[in-house]
Every structure is written in structure tokens, then in C-alpha cells.
Design a protein around this ligand. Structure first.
Ligand code: FES
Length: 134
């Protein structure tokens, strides 16, 4: 741990996920893809899900956005892999932010992008499989 590293407003965990994002890239044979844009800043997230028997067995993302958007995308994939689609839907943007040790208030909207990416990919899956909720 270098003492002279600029700390800024971000937790170590945010910085760590920004520097080493988990599950970044394309997912071949994705069951569904959710694409969302953040109206506040124009950042874009694409989330690929592989779903088997209602369980998210794999997830990958591509995010064109700020560091907090990269870190929240990364954490979101970690939180939803292994969960059922219902459980994944219940993952809130604050849960993503909390799992990262918090975000500065001005950056909370970045976690909303991750949450919306999860919802969009699940919606797309339900539409494709005809399981759309009434
Ligand atoms: Fe756009 Fe963070 S500033 S998602």
C-alpha cells in the first residue's frame, strides 16, 4: 500500500474493482443482453446474462462510462452470478454501492446504471422466453 497514492472520494474496494473489473467482456451464448443508458451523464452499460433454469450461471458486462460505473458493473455481476432471476431482481442499486464500501453521493446514480442493466437483461430474457410477468 503506497502512502502517496491519491485517495480521492472512493473506497479502496471501488478503486480495486475499477482497476481489476470482474467479468468484463462479451458473453458468447448469452441468454439475454440488457443495454441501458444513464440520462444524467450519457454513460452506457451492456450486461450479458447466461441463464439456466432461472438461475444466472454467468454474467459479463461492457460499460462505456466513468470509474464508478465500471466498479458498480463489476460488483453487480459478482452479486448476481449464482442467483435466481427473482433474487437478482431484488438486488438494489444501494446494495451494489454498499458491497463496494459506499459511493460518494454524487456518484450514486452510477450504481443505478448497474441496477437498470440487471433489470433490462432480465426483462429481455423473460420476453424472449415468453415468461414475461403480467
Ligand atoms: Fe455516468 Fe457514472 S458518471 S455512470
Amino acid at each position: 500500500m503506497s502512502e502517496d497514492k491519491p485517495k480521492g472520494p472512493y473506497s479502496d474496494k471501488v478503486m480495486e474493482h475499477f482497476e481489476n473489473p470482474r467479468n468484463m467482456g462479451d458473453l458468447e451464448e448469452a441468454s439475454s443482453i440488457g443495454t441501458v443508458g444513464n440520462p444524467k451523464c450519457g454513460d452506457v452499460m451492456k450486461l450479458f446474462l447466461k441463464i439456466e433454469e432461472n438461475v444466472i450461471v454467468d454474467a459479463k458486462f461492457k460499460t462505456f462510462g466513468c470509474g464508478a460505473a465500471i466498479a458498480t458493473s463489476s460488483m453487480a455481476t459478482e452479486l448476481i452470478i449464482g442467483k435466481t432471476i427473482d433474487e437478482a431482481r431484488n438486488v438494489t442499486n444501494s446494495a451494489v454501492a454498499e458491497a463496494l464500501g459506499g459511493l460518494p453521493p454524487a456518484k450514486m446514480h452510477c450504481s443505478v446504471l448497474a441496477k437498470e442493466g440487471i433489470d433490462a437483461a432480465i426483462d429481455e430474457y423473460l420476453k424472449k422466453t415468453g415468461k414475461e410477468e403480467g
